[in-house]
Design a protein around this ligand. Structure first.
Ligand SMILES: [Zn+2]
Length: 401
């Protein structure tokens, strides 16, 4: 490999890491055979990753199949690096730390009304520092901070181009970065939630993620890649019109999905807690039943519209998707009544698998994903702090040595 171009070496480096990651445990010979490279080359990259604290020796395998000495199997160090995710909403900030597997190590939630001020940005910086301190992770191992905000973010300028949920039009990562001593990037909240759901799956091809939280949004996955449309607009189902002369949306129009299906429609009845809403509903609270009935009637219209547009799996996410549990059957029945094909909705309508703080988790995972992609890129390449790159589900096509 001494004469190989740098680009080939970087691709090989990334391929070795991804190979071990996908296998969970891999010996030198497994890697050499799997990637078609020599044992000395594998040894070189293994020592690089061992020194970087990204791989470690796992269990020794039985010598039965190999004869002679037991071969050492290598495994990825889940806590080799960390990333921070921040979810900024109108009235509170959620901050958490994840490791390279996306496991949440610590989370913190503080109430504070969003405002465009240095005071507020400094407050967010303080929340990041406090969360890191709370988890006790090594600051030198932090890849960066993803800050999720409601609003469309320009892929070219990295600025919020539409931000009416909170007044954040024109906001950029630099506003937060002045108070955060790590690589910082700004991400669209509902896209981050979808990213948390899909980033590590290799079996999903097409899906639509509905984010039902403080605001309603969505992300579109087509052939394992995010589809943002022109002007980053794709998936903005909060503004799908479902009623004539309906409720006023924050966008200024009437009849959009958002005022009918954002999570506060439910949590307003249970002191701001979506979880309590579903607990009360399950317990037979007579006040909550008609609220849920209306909610699911409206949501079923949107689900059916998405279904006929995309014909793919629809993932119910956000706070409502996370907590709806068995109550999801009410929605399923209504979707089936609208479905022109009479399909069993269980075949395409599923609850999200990431149920705890998907927006903050997704925001952090952009940094993790970028880190893994960067193993195959020149070391000088900066993450930048504008829009995340168009991503694909990792693990595919990463072994092109
Ligand atoms: Zn609207």
């Amino acid at each position: 490999m001494a004469g190989a171009p740098d680009s080939t070496r970087r691709r090989t480096r990334q391929a070795v890491y991804e190979f071990v990651r996908e296998r969970g445990l891999a010996t030198k010979k497994d890697i050499a055979d799997g990637l078609g490279i020599s044992l000395p080359t594998v040894a070189k990259y293994l020592s690089y990753f061992l020194e970087a604290g990204l791989l470690e020796e796992g269990a020794k395998l039985s010598s039965g199949d190999h004869g002679g000495r037991s071969p050492i199997a290598y495994t990825c160090v889940a806590d080799g690096r960390f990333a921070v995710g921040v979810d900024v909403t109108r009235d509170r900030v959620r901050c958490l730390v994840v490791n390279l597997e996306g496991r949440v190590l610590g989370t913190r939630r503080t109430r504070r009304v969003f405002e465009r001020s240095e005071d507020y940005f400094a407050f967010v910086g303080g929340e990041v520092a406090a969360t890191i301190a709370q988890t006790g992770v090594d600051r030198d191992l932090i890849l960066g901070v993803g800050v999720a905000v409601p609003g469309l973010i320009s892929g070219t300028t990295g600025r919020v181009t539409y931000g009416r949920v909170i007044d954040n039009q024109g906001l950029s990562a630099a506003d937060f970065a002045a108070h955060i001593p790590y690589e910082t990037r700004l991400v669209h909240d509902s896209e981050a939630a979808g990213f948390a759901e899909f980033w590590d799956k290799t079996t999903v091809d097409n899906a639509f993620y509905i984010s039902l939280s403080h605001s309603v949004g969505g992300s579109v996955l087509i052939k394992n890649a995010m589809y943002r449309g022109d002007g980053e607009l794709a998936g903005e189902i909060g503004h799908m019109r479902i009623h004539d002369d309906g409720l006023r949306c924050y966008c200024g129009r009437d009849g959009c999905l958002d005022p009918y299906c954002n999570s506060t429609v439910l949590s307003a009845h249970t002191d701001g807690s979506v979880e309590d809403f579903f607990a009360g509903l399950a317990a037979g609270d007579p006040v909550l039943a008609p609220v849920w009935d209306r909610y699911t009637t409206d949501l079923a219209i949107a689900v059916n519209n998405i279904r006929v547009m995309f014909g793919c799996t629809i993932v119910l996410g956000g706070d409502v998707g996370a907590h709806s549990g068995a109550q999801l059957d009410d929605l399923r029945r209504k979707v089936e009544q609208l479905d022109f094909l009479d399909t069993d909705s269980r075949t395409f309508l599923v609850p999200a698998s990431v149920r705890e703080h998907p927006i903050a988790v997704g925001a952090a995972l952009y940094l993790v994903d970028e880190f893994r992609q960067r193993l195959g890129r020149p070391p000088s390449r900066s993450l930048g702090y504008s829009q995340p790159p168009r991503w694909s589900v990792p693990g595919r096509g990463a072994t092109g040595v």
